[in-house]
Ligand binder design. Structure first.
Ligand SMILES: [Zn+2]
Length: 200
């Protein structure tokens, strides 16, 4: 009699894994999908395509569908490839890119060094970033990380790892809220923050 519920349970279980979605919300979404089958199938197809086709750029960790694993931004020869802007999150990258304040390359960390869990080199790819800076003779690394203990630990780690290279390491001016809220920072604030960057 309740055979439909086990299928729905599966949907709820998978939805509950999404950040910020609890079981109650997941159940509401699952029931909505039962009532809106057409939209649910479109969503399902879009999710499958995204999972099948999108990967992280092997140079900067931006999203790409290119078969060689290098995103359009990294292939763009009009960009200044002597500078890398290291951002904490994908949201930071999108905000900076949409403001047109910067025309160099990027490296998306996807997290920060944690005082509790230490330096997770594999997850943050910090080792790869350091290698890239040295091998590509990068002139400047611009850090866009939160002014928090985690942000400071990440800055220190990058600085220490690159101390024998000639690269200039700078940080954008403080006062710009980071994390996801950087999306709401207006363009002129970002321009000022980039102009006011200082050596670390
Ligand atoms: Zn890229």
């Amino acid at each position: 009699m309740l055979d439909g519920f086990s299928v729905l349970d599966d949907v709820v279980r998978h939805l509950s894994k999404l950040p910020g979605i609890g079981e109650k919300t997941a159940t509401r979404y699952a029931l909505w999908m039962v009532e809106h089958k057409e939209d649910a199938l479109l969503l399902s197809n879009a999710l499958k395509s995204a999972a099948d086709e999108i990967k992280l750029c092997k140079l900067c960790r931006n999203l790409t569908r290119n078969a060689d694993g290098v995103c359009e931004l990294c292939k763009d020869t009009t960009r200044d490839n002597s500078v890398i802007c290291v951002v904490e999150s994908f949201e930071n990258f999108l905000a900076i890119e949409s403001s047109s304040v910067y025309n160099g390359t990027y490296y998306i960390l996807g997290g920060l060094v944690s005082p509790l869990y230490g330096i997770d080199l594999y997850r943050l790819g910090l080792d790869y970033l350091v290698k890239r800076v040295i091998e590509e003779s990068i002139n400047e690394v611009i850090l866009v990380v939160s002014s928090t203990l985690e942000g400071d630990l990440t800055t220190q780690y990058i600085k220490e790892s690159l101390k024998n290279s000639k690269v200039k390491i700078t940080k954008i001016a403080s006062g710009v809220p980071l994390g996801t809220s950087i999306n709401f920072v207006d363009k002129s604030t970002l321009i000022e923050a980039f102009k006011g960057r200082h050596a670390v």
